[in-house]
Ligand binder design. Structure first.
Ligand SMILES: Cc1cc2nc3c(=O)[nH]c(=O)nc-3n(C[C@H](O)[C@H](O)[C@H](O)COP(=O)(O)OP(=O)(O)OC[C@H]3O[C@@H](n4cnc5c(N)ncnc54)[C@H](O)[C@@H]3O)c2cc1C
Length: 338
């Protein structure tokens, strides 16, 4: 077996055992996988191929890859992972992870390394994506790297501008918006703080609360006014634009406020239904609680990337967390070192 493609040579095999199964093939999962196959671990990455940042054509801030297409970054990562003989990448949507309390030794003779005897195993089931096979596999370690789900403000045309004129990651995309008339659209309590960050690149910023009572307190509005940032509380009907991109925000009363770009504050959630049986500890916002090595509250289960606190971050942060957790997972599999 070698680093295989979308369905690999294991397509129809049920009950395959790996050292580590990683759920999610974004930067967090790929980086975890790369570092584990370099430790000669037999690793399966299961990925549903729905990257959250696919809306954008350019991603920023990844050292040596600033400005690269996010899809190209994923393809490069997959290629590097799949270049190792104990790597396997399979397109599949994981629908359950359950503890199986097995102490059976690794079943596959091709496994390159022993796993800790007596460890509880996990059974991972996945449904095939784009024609790939359903899979049932087991492993003593599972790494959750499945990223966030996000809900954009409910405006009819917002998708047409998301990732091009409108963004969500201020650290990633504000530089390119320098000097423009910008919008910040959202309904959450952190809007004022976000506005101050965006005002680093423009002196023409309007915060649109879409009539939400939770966004921007009167005290915050006064503080924002002191920085030259306007607050528009009237309900929004839609965003509009032309071939050049966004041209304005249309209010329900018919007023159009000209804007050439800006930021939205999506609502983020951590999709963990498939891992219900693990009863993982999560924080108040649903992120998976981990220690500084990525270990969750369940021995043998690790989590990396955007699903861990504080939530939505950056590609290089997710990849860095993956590398750190891979080292911890490798030690976990060795058991007591002396
Ligand atoms: C529009 C947009 C633009 C961005 N631009 C930038 C930027 O310029 N620079 C930057 O540094 N960051 C940027 N980000 C943030 C960056 O994309 C994330 O921080 C990063 O992708 C998080 O990596 P991750 O591996 O944790 O999750 P993801 O990249 O979200 O990967 C998760 C993977 O898990 C898979 N998955 C989910 N559920 C399952 C399941 N049940 N079974 C199997 N697979 C599953 C998904 O298909 C996906 O491939 C942007 C984000 C967005 C939304």
């Amino acid at each position: 077996m070698s680093g295989s493609g979308d369905s690999g040579s294991f397509g129809d095999v049920a009950g395959d055992r790996y050292d580590v199964v990683i759920i999610g093939g974004g930067p967090a999962g790929l980086s975890t996988g790369l570092n584990l196959v370099r430790a000669r671990r037999r690793v399966l990455i299961l990925d549903s191929n729905r990257p959250r940042h696919s809306a954008t054509l350019v991603s920023h801030g990844f050292l040596t890859r600033d400005g690269v297409s996010p899809l190209e970054l994923r393809a490069l990562g997959r290629e590097e992972f799949a270049g190792y003989p104990t790597a396997e990448f399979h397109q599949g949507l994981v629908d359950s992870v359950t503890p199986t309390a097995s102490s059976a030794p690794a079943a596959s003779p091709s496994s390159s390394s022993p796993t800790s005897a007596g460890a509880d195993d996990f059974t991972i089931t996945s449904r095939g994506v784009r024609g790939s096979a359903d899979r049932v596999v087991t492993a003593p370690v599972v790494v959750l790297a499945n990223g966030l789900a996000e809900t954009l403000p409910a405006l009819p045309s917002i998708r047409a501008y998301y990732g091009t004129s409108l963004h969500s990651c201020i650290e990633c995309d504000s530089f390119e918006k320098s000097g423009q008339p910008l919008a910040l659209i959202g309904t959450t309590a952190d809007l004022a703080e976000r506005a101050v960050l965006i005002s680093q690149v423009t002196d023409d910023l309007v915060v649109f609360t879409n009539a939400s009572p939770d966004a921007v307190t009167p005290a915050e509005e006064a503080a924002l006014a002191g920085r030259g940032i306007g607050v528009e509380r009237r309900p929004i009907a839609d965003v509009v634009g032309d071939r050049s991109g966004l041209t304005g925000v249309v209010l329900e009363d018919g007023t159009t406020i000209p804007r050439t770009g800006g930021f939205v504050r999506p609502l983020w959630s951590v999709p963990l239904d498939f891992a219900d049986a693990l009863e993982l500890a999560v924080d108040g916002e649903g992120h998976v609680v981990v220690d500084d090595r990525g270990a969750t509250s369940v021995p043998g289960v690790y989590a990396v990337g955007d699903i861990t606190p504080p939530g939505s971050q950056q590609l290089i942060v997710a990849a860095g967390a993956g590398a750190r957790t891979a080292a911890a997972v490798n030690r976990h599999l060795l058991g007591p070192l002396l």
